[in-house]
Design a protein around this ligand. Structure first.
Ligand code: UD1
Ligand code: MG
Length: 434
């Protein structure tokens, strides 16, 4: 199948109902732009995936080229040929079977797309039965035959009452597109060239049009921010389920947020409220309640509750406790149990980071590295002023501000203001009998 099918994804529209300066197809669902998901499904089935762009085309191209190689982009002439029909006019598919998808359908799957190929009609079009059909093109069917699709803005009251709608995915024989696209007119409420009008033209010539009844959940068009949030909930359910089926344990899964780029290995345990983002790998680890992990690698570790692991951290064999923030740091067999900031740091095995330790990595202009060797004991409430290298087997006393850039092995480092005791001060200050 991959070599007999071209897939065109329409992604040129403005998406004005999103009320956003961002192109509709670039709005994200589970950490990836919604267009990514339709391209992913298309790529699994075709070696000829064509994406039609126009509005914010550079941004759409740049975003998709981060994930996919070898896509064909076609730029729609939206000025002269607006609308979904206009979008198809510059497309030159390689194969005789052409599947058209809307770029605002992130929930579509490879399986449902492949269903369209089972029928060999001139046109196979997707149809959903809804209780509320508003927003969709209505499908006019008489005596079992599809006659035409009427867009909501062009529909009469009787047509608006039709509950059978166009889901927006079609399989065309290439010759059908070649014959009818040039015949489309823009004499309609939106002065656009509608791809949906190909159906009526083909019907007049007695071509074979097969409606394929599809499941609403996979064909939901995202046209508003409310639709976006609904689509994200559905996608999130799928992601969680897939990982649970691979052996990940999730406590109260409905409260766990996992993005598309996250990967798990082995038996991981994810507690409620965790937020796992970006290209993250979690391997044989326990992520405790309400921790946030962004674009990092976590192996054989336990994190949280309420810890924040920021991008580009690599944490192995390590215990990270509550209210610890780690950024762009590599921690190997380390303990950082409470209330710390570890940024731009490399910390080696056997090292203990006391509560309240801060790597002071920023001087207001530049960021600097902190390198800590093996078996270092950092006492509570220490400030490590970077750039700083601490060798193996060093002890930093509690409350020390380490400012010297190099600490050699086997020393105690201590900076303390001498303790003063002033007898009778309490009574004097608060008055007798206080
Ligand atoms: C479209 C269908 C409607 C169907 C619905 C299903 C048409 C005329 N209408 O309506 O029958 O029920 O999808 O979700 O096709 N696009 C372009 N260039 C354009 C305009 C749109 O590439 O000039 C792209 C958009 O980026 C989007 C897709 O086509 O990904 C659909 O456009 P949209 O405006 O959402 O169409 P709907 O009004 O939803
Ligand atoms: Mg739409």
């Amino acid at each position: 199948m991959p070599h007999s099918l071209s897939i065109v994804i329409l992604a040129a529209g403005k998406g004005s109902r999103m009320k956003s300066p961002k192109a509709k197809v670039l709005h994200e669902i589970c950490g990836r732009e919604m267009l990514y998901y339709s391209i992913k499904a298309a790529r699994a089935l075709s070696d000829d995936v064509i994406v039609v762009v126009a509005h914010q085309k550079e941004a759409v191209l740049t975003a998709m080229e981060r994930y996919f190689e070898g896509l064909t982009f076609v730029i729609q002439d939206t000025e002269n040929f607006p609308g979904t029909g206009g979008a198809m006019m510059g497309v030159k598919p390689k194969h005789d079977n052409v599947l058209v998808l809307n770029g605002d359908m992130p929930l579509i799957t490879e399986h449902s797309v492949s269903e369209f190929m089972k029928c060999d009609s001139d046109i196979v079009m997707s149809v959903i039965e809804l209780l509320d059909s508003s927003g969709y093109g209505r499908v006019v069917i008489e005596e079992g035959h599809v006659l035409r699709i009427v867009e909501e803005k062009d529909a009469s009251d009787a047509e608006k009452a039709i509950l059978t709608v166009n889901a927006g995915v079609y399989a065309f024989k290439k010759h059908v597109l070649e014959t009818y696209l040039p015949k489309l007119s823009n004499a309609n409420a939106q002065s656009e060239y509608y791809l949906t009008d190909v159906i009526a033209l083909a019907r007049n010539d007695r071509l074979e049009i097969s409606p394929l009844i599809v499941e609403e959940i996979e064909f939901k068009g995202v046209n508003s921010k409310f639709d976006l949030s609904n689509a994200e909930m559905i996608m999130m359910d799928r992601i969680r389920r897939e990982w649970m089926e691979c052996g990940v344990i999730m406590q109260l899964p409905q409260t766990i947020y996992i993005e598309e780029g996250v990967r798990f290995e082995g038996e991981c345990f994810i507690e409620n409220g965790a937020r796992l983002c970006g290209d993250t790998l979690i391997s044989h680890s326990h992520i405790k309640a309400h921790s946030v992990i962004e674009q990092s690698i976590i192996r054989n570790s336990d994190i949280g509750p309420m810890a924040h692991i920021r991008p580009l951290s690599v944490i192995d064999g390590t215990h990270i406790g509550n209210f610890v923030e780690v950024k762009k740091s590599t921690l190997t067999k380390v303990k950082a149990g409470h209330l710390s900031y570890l940024g731009d740091a490399t910390i080696d095995e056997g090292t203990n980071i006391g509560a309240g330790t801060i790597t002071c990595n920023y001087d207001g202009r530049y960021k600097y590295q902190t390198i800590i060797g093996k078996n270092v004991f950092i006492g509570s409430d220490s400030q490590l002023v970077a750039p700083l290298t601490i060798s193996d087997n060093v002890m930093i006393a509690a409350g020390t501000t380490v400012t010297s850039g190099n600490i050699e092995s086997d020393v105690l480092v201590l900076s303390r203001t001498p303790l003063k005791k002033i007898p009778g001060f309490f009574t004097k200050f608060f008055g007798k009998g206080a």
